[in-house]
Design a protein around this ligand. Structure first.
Ligand code: NAI
Ligand code: MG
Length: 486
């Protein structure tokens, strides 16, 4: 592994602060595990409060210097340059992410391309976001300015490090903030690699600082630090609540993206052949460890058997194996995540299994593999139909009427995304309005990732919007200037 990291110029046992690699104050390290076989990839820094303090100080220096003075056009150009530099390293980054997350290589490669696309998009947007002039009383000129918050905190999970860096760090930098990033202890190599790539591409020292470490240590220190003027968090509901409480102490805004239990509604009049790949892929992509995974498939009675049979046939062909073998499904990110998912499966012992995929014989025994499982005829109140499982598990729920489908779809505490499969335009429009979700898809699921499309949840899925132009509003603060003159 050390050899693979050299071309990327990163030292995994270090934190990246003020444009430099340095040992964490603790002098301690944590093991980073390859979930494909359970072996140690390398040691990573165990960052803590002192490191977070140093990172925030470095970010403040950046804001007071060259980075803070950069024009919007300069920031945009730089982000576009960093995006191109990311693509120059597409192979190394894809391998790193595949090994670290356990993500099949093709999926990891798509994440690198998405990161580059975010930087291209936010690079292009940086100088196209502006305030307004507001007609007011005679003798006044009023206008608004969009200003950066200052130092922004970013606590990200292990499931899509590169994509989340793209949407979060990309938008924050576009608006002129300086960032402190705390990647997940399960997977942080691409975050570190990205910091070095951005640095080499010309990002001023301190504009992006990365402090790996444990959630309860580096994460909590960052979330509670009064120097952070905006906090962006993606992860579990439980930690999301802690982040919001910590931000409340410092009265700073937060963006929380906390996952979901997202449904796809399949009606009798749907184009089932078109729906089928989306129904399955949205559940098993990244082994189901996706905030916007579709873990509930609601199917109308008239096509129920057909959909169950067709999905079951696909499930029987799903293979789980090492990330580098690049099958449909990789291992889960960790032995702990495997335990969480197996815990849910044990609670589903009373359910009917429509089909299972399988773990390949050549998958190492030390890997965190779970064979994909499709449950059928599930009651919408069952624990597996209510809770985010974060594994390759989907439940199919039957329904009779549109009203019933809507009630089931809206009947969890989550509300991230949803989709409607139907040829009726009126139904599409009705449900798009009435589904409780931050994104609704009609006759598709996920819209291919959609860097341009605002994304976020309602209910316990969180609040605030990332992606698209909307994120730029979140990563900036609006100032109204009212000038009186005669
Ligand atoms: P987590 O919420 O504990 O971890 C996410 C990030 O938060 C990591 O960087 C972690 O170090 C950090 N963190 C943990 N405790 C913290 C604290 N006290 N203060 C500040 N930061 C802290 O999620 P975890 O434990 O990895 O996964 C558990 C479950 O959470 C999953 O099974 C899944 O249901 C959900 N999850 C949802 C994600 C999403 O994309 N919305 C991503 C990851 C997990
Ligand atoms: Mg946790």
């Amino acid at each position: 592994m050390a050899g693979d990291l050299k071309p990327l110029g990163l030292d995994p046992a270090c934190i990246f602060v003020g444009g430099q690699w340095r040992a964490p104050e603790s002098g301690e390290s944590l093991p980073l595990i390859d979930p494909s076989d359970g072996t140690e990839i390398c040691r990573i820094a165990r960052g803590g409060a002192a490191d977070v303090e140093a990172a925030i100080a470095a970010a403040e220096v950046a804001l007071a210097g060259e980075w803070g003075r950069a024009t919007a056009a300069e920031r945009g150009r730089l982000l576009a340059t960093i995006g191109r530099a990311v693509l120059e390293h597409v192979d190394e980054l894809a391998r790193l992410e595949a090994q670290d997350v356990g993500k099949p290589l093709t999926q990891a490669r798509n994440d690198v391309i998405a990161l580059a696309r975010y930087l291209e998009f936010y690079g292009g947007a940086a100088d196209k976001i502006h305030g307004e002039t507001i007609p007011y009383l005679d003798g006044y000129t009023v206008y608004t300015l969009r200003e950066p918050h200052g130092v922004t905190g970013h606590i990200i999970p292990w499931n899509y490090p590169m994509q989340i860096i793209g949407r979060s760090i990309g938008a924050a930098l576009a608006m002129g903030n300086a960032c402190v990033l705390k990647p997940a202890e399960e997977a942080c190599l691409t975050a570190l690699a990205f910091a070095e790539i951005a640095h080499r591409a010309g990002l001023p020292a301190g504009a992006l600082n990365v402090v790996p470490g444990l959630g309860a240590e580096a994460g909590a220190a960052l979330a509670g630090h009064p120097g952070i003027r905006h906090m962006s968090f993606t992860g579990s509901v439980g930690v999301g609540k802690l982040i919001q409480k910590a931000a409340a102490e410092n009265v700073v805004p937060v963006t929380l993206e906390l996952g979901g239990k997202s449904p796809q509604l399949v009606f009798d009049d749907a184009d089932i052949d078109a729906a089928l790949p989306f129904l399955v892929n949205a559940g098993i992509q990244n082994a189901g460890q996706t905030c916007s995974a579709s873990s509930r498939i609601l199917v109308q009675r008239g096509v129920y058997d057909r959909v169950v049979d067709a999905m079951a046939a696909k499930y029987r062909g799903l293979r789980a194996g090492p990330a580098m073998i690049d099958l449909e499904v990789g291992p889960l990110v960790s032995a702990r995540q495997k335990e969480i998912v197996e815990g849910f499966l044990a609670k589903g012992a009373d359910l009917t299994v429509a089909a299972r995929g399988f773990v390949m014989d050549e998958a190492p025994v030390g890997g965190a593999y779970v064979a994909p499982v499709l449950f059928t005829a599930v009651n919408s109140t069952h624990i597996l139909a209510q809770n985010e499982i974060f594994g390759p598990v989907q439940v199919i729920i039957p329904f009779d009427t549109e009203e019933e489908a809507l009630a089931i779809a809206n009947g969890t505490d989550y509300g991230l995304v949803a989709s409607v499969w139907s040829e009726s335009g009126a139904r599409q429009m009705r449900l798009a309005k009435r589904l409780r979700a931050g994104q609704v898809f009609v006759n598709n699921y996920g819209a291919g990732g959609g860097v341009e499309l605002p994304f976020g949840g309602t209910g316990i899925s969180g609040h605030g919007r990332e992606k698209g132009f909307e994120a730029l509003y979140g990563f900036s603060s609006l100032k109204t200037v009212a000038a009186k003159h005669d």
